[in-house]
Design a protein around this ligand. Sequence first.
Ligand code: NAD
Length: 481
Amino acid sequence: MQSYYQNYIDGAWVDGGAGRIDVINPGTGETLAQHALADAGDVARAVAAAKRVHESGALSSLRPVERGRMVQAMGRYILDHIDTLAEILTLEQGKPLWEARIELEGSARYFEYYGNQAETVEGRSIPLGAAYYDFTAYEPFGVSAHVIPWNYPVEMTARSLSAALATANTVVIKTPELTPISCYIFAHAAEAAGLPKGAVNILCGYGHEAGAALTAHPDVRQIVFTGSVQTGKIIATAAAQNVVPCVLELGGKSGAIVHRDADLDAFTDNVRWGIYFNAGQVCSAMSRIIVHEDRKDELVERVSTLAKSLSVGPGIERPDFGANMGAMVSDAQRDRAVAMVADAQAQGATLVTGGHKLNRPGAFLEPTVLSDVQPGMTVAQEEIFGPVVSVMSFKTPDQAIEIANGTPYGLVGGTFTQNIDQAMRDAQRIRAGQVFVNEWYAGGVETPFGGYGQSGYGREKGREALWNYVQTKNIAIKLGG
Ligand code: NAD
């Protein structure tokens, strides 16, 4: 690792006007490296570079297949450097090494998918009678600004960057303060793929400083934000001031309904991924289990056994897939989760297992199970963003839906049953952008993802996401003669 990483503006590595930030290894609590911090001046230079490239037509005048090949090449570059990059990601974010590899493989997949889609963005012709010829074309917005969270810094950047480039936008990325380092890979990947200088700019800075300057910049024509509801509201306000569209991918408090006939062995495996993957720091985590009262005790016992089976420690010492979990991203996030668990107990929830920090340096929290959680409790309403699952019970299917839908969020939801009619009824009634039946996280890069309610608006992933990055132009021609 280098001891200091710079920002990447207009094809050059540069210091930040706001100085430097220490990046902490959450697996040890020690400083890992420093990173440059951008100020508003750096942001302005990055936006100017992106605007210049956009206006030059360097991306938009290409035949889409050529642009698509460059996007695909960026994904291959990530895979070619996966060993080094996985270590850096693990060291700055805390996840086990095998999970870092999954994140990077997922990131590369976005470039493969959207690289392939580049030449499928086609307009249509609209009949207006013999005197006219009319057709639509999709054009890029221009400078697209992406503000990234710390939980999947590489994958969240890959998700929006790949689609934005495939549709010929130029991009300024504001990386997260806690995990800014691994995004350096996109600069190298863009250069290796032959993108012009200034097409991709990557800078770390404080949200209230660089993030705010970027999202308020008058030359930014479209914004993609992934992060908390609180920040999402600030960014939507900034976008409204400049009358530019934004995609908001925000948090969640997603619930899995477990019916009386569910296969509990299969379900427990889903819990392992649903709430303990990335130490629960997943926007679409299974943070609530809503189980039929007849199966509750059996389920709590299985989930508690699962939680106790996970070995928790530094991600770098966990290279292989298995029953293990890494650190949370920071001591502050871990302490917040511990406090929310204690508060849940004070409100009447039962702590089945976990709930404490480990007696060692690093941001570690025991895999935690809370039972007897009531729908109105804070822990059932607010996102913890940690390895904490709340078990609640229901008597009737109507009640299960009421609990599932009873939060301000609506990112994902799930139902587990062997009865197809029940599954379909739940799928119709769950208020969320994505419903999983009998497998949490079923889907992929191809399937649209985004929230109902306070989980945000707009969709990422799938072909649907492409339309975030283009604007429709209609061309109507009056024929002479
Ligand atoms: P956050 O909102 O604190 O920060 C996200 C980003 O916004 C960071 O880069 C930060 O610097 C920046 N930011 C902060 N204030 C800003 C401002 N005033 N103007 C512009 N930018 C600003 O979120 P976080 O703590 O990094 O991430 C966790 C949250 O992200 C959780 O709520 C999680 O659910 C959500 N998330 C959602 C998705 C999704 O796809 N829906 C994916 C990952 C994370």
